[in-house]
Design a protein around this ligand. Structure first.
Ligand SMILES: *[C@@H]1O[C@H](CO)[C@@H](O)[C@H](O)[C@H]1NC(C)=O
Ligand SMILES: *[C@@H]1O[C@H](CO)[C@@H](O)[C@H](O)[C@H]1NC(C)=O
Length: 412
């Protein structure tokens, strides 16, 4: 496994240096964007510029346009095509504020292959929006708020769709009927309790279905779904078994070797035209791999827990409870002993001074705090005023310090 990670890091380092090399040759193409070549594509990156529409001044021959991390909120019909972005293959609109996409917004972008609309404010998308983008392969709609309006998209070319973290709670059975060529579908981290196998039965090319991070109820419908997926060789995370943690661990080991394979296949591929399209797919596959693995990390508090974990937790609770019990008993007995001691002491004092207790209570009002400086009685009754002068005079034998009492008399 260590070997695998070393290779993985070496590859990612190499690719980082590669992209720095490309960035060094980048030039300014509009005041908002940076233009360069990226996987043989002319790219304009206009990231994080507070743009509120797509009019960036980028040259219209760009093939990759990155508008992520801006504040674009609406995409109107033919907007992109009217600017002239008709050669786009890659369009990244992630991390904007898009809440509305008009029906013909992406018309004219016939080469578009990768589209990222994740992290926006979409509540709804009309079914036909991507219908005329005949080359669209990858569509990311993660982290929007579809809730119950999960889009019933129609796209015969789409192979990869991400709908994770979209607060989807219910999946109508015909949701994916218009996506015949879907290979990867990500529904992780939503709010679904059940999913009927019928919803994916029209997807004859499905290879992977991500379902983790949903509050699944493991009833017959879910068992049937898992059976269907298993029988059709579709990769998915075991959702109703206790081995969830083990599977996650397996994935961590598998990931680096997959990346290595990708690297080899890229080198081995001789055809240049094919290479170009492949690279885009590979790139987004890797991105997807990363997002997937991070999703799996964030999805760790799933209801599925390992039984061994449960046992160790129980042991800890037992030990903790035992220690707490002993401690609390110690504290209680200490308090009790203290109470007994104080009571005894108070009782003896009371017996000694029993004469003035009643009178003290009777004379609280007549005192006016004159004896505040006299510590003789507050020694036994802290914070209580001394008895009235009358009692002191009438029963002097009850008081321990006659000399001070005579001082009082003098005060008067
Ligand atoms: C789009 O841009 C965001 C933020 O810059 C990035 O995280 C994401 O991977 C990009 N999407 C694709 C498909 O490249
Ligand atoms: C990662 O991407 C490769 C494509 O290069 C793919 O074969 C593999 O299944 C992906 N792995 C995951 C976990 O998505």
């Amino acid at each position: 496994m260590i070997n695998g990670t070393v290779v993985y890091f070496a590859i990612s380092l190499a690719s980082m240096l590669f992209s720095f090399g490309i960035a060094a040759s980048a030039q300014q193409c509009s005041s908002f964007c940076v233009c360069d070549t990226w996987y043989d594509l002319e790219r304009a990156s206009c990231v994080g510029r507070h743009l509120y529409n797509i009019h960036t001044g980028a040259p219209d021959n760009v093939q990759a346009l990155d508008l992520s991390d801006n504040v674009i909120s609406v995409l109107t019909s033919f907007e992109l095509a009217n600017i002239g972005f008709t050669r786009l293959k890659y369009l990244n609109l992630s991390k904007n504020a898009i809440s509305e996409i008009d029906l013909n917004a992406f018309d004219g972008l016939t080469d578009l292959m990768v589209m990222d609309l994740s992290r926006n404010r979409l509540n709804d998308i009309s079914a036909e929006v991507f219908e005329r983008n005949k080359n669209l392969r990858i569509l990311k709609l993660s982290k929007n708020n579809f809730k119950s309006h999960i889009p019933k998209l129609r796209s015969s070319s789409l192979t990869e769709l991400s709908l994770d973290s979209c607060q989807i709670s219910h999946l109508p059975l015909d949701t994916f009927n218009g996506l015949k060529h879907l290979r990867r579908l990500d529904l992780a981290n939503n709010l679904m309790i059940q999913m009927n196998a019928i919803a994916v039965q029209t997807l004859h090319f499905l290879q992977k279905l991500s379902l983790e991070g949903n509050p699944w109820s493991c009833d017959k419908i879910m068992v049937d779904l898992q059976m269907y997926l298993r029988n059709n060789g579709i990769e998915f995370d075991e959702i109703c078994s206790k081995k969830g943690n083990v599977r996650k661990f397996e994935k961590m080991i598998v990931l680096p070797t997959m990346t290595r394979n990708y690297h080899r296949s890229k080198v081995a591929n001789p055809k240049e035209t094919k290479q170009r399209t492949n690279r885009i797919e590979m790139e987004s596959n890797i991105l997807n791999n990363k997002t997937l693995s991070t999703c799996q990390e964030t999805a760790s508090p799933t209801p599925v827990t390992d039984s061994e974990d449960n046992y160790s937790v129980a042991y800890w609770f037992l030990i903790l409870g035992f220690i707490l019990g002993i401690l609390s008993r110690l504290v209680i007995s200490y308090i009790w002993l203290l109470g007994v001691y104080l009571c005894n002491r108070r009782y003896s004092v009371e017996r000694f001074n029993s004469g003035f207790i009643i009178s003290r209570e009777q004379s609280l009002l007549s005192l006016n705090g004159r004896m505040e400086n006299d510590g003789s009685l507050s020694e036994f009754y802290p914070n209580t005023p001394p008895p009235a002068y009358r009692d002191v005079m009438l029963q002097p034998s009850l008081y321990r310090y006659p000399s001070r009492v005579s001082n009082l008399n003098r005060d008067r």
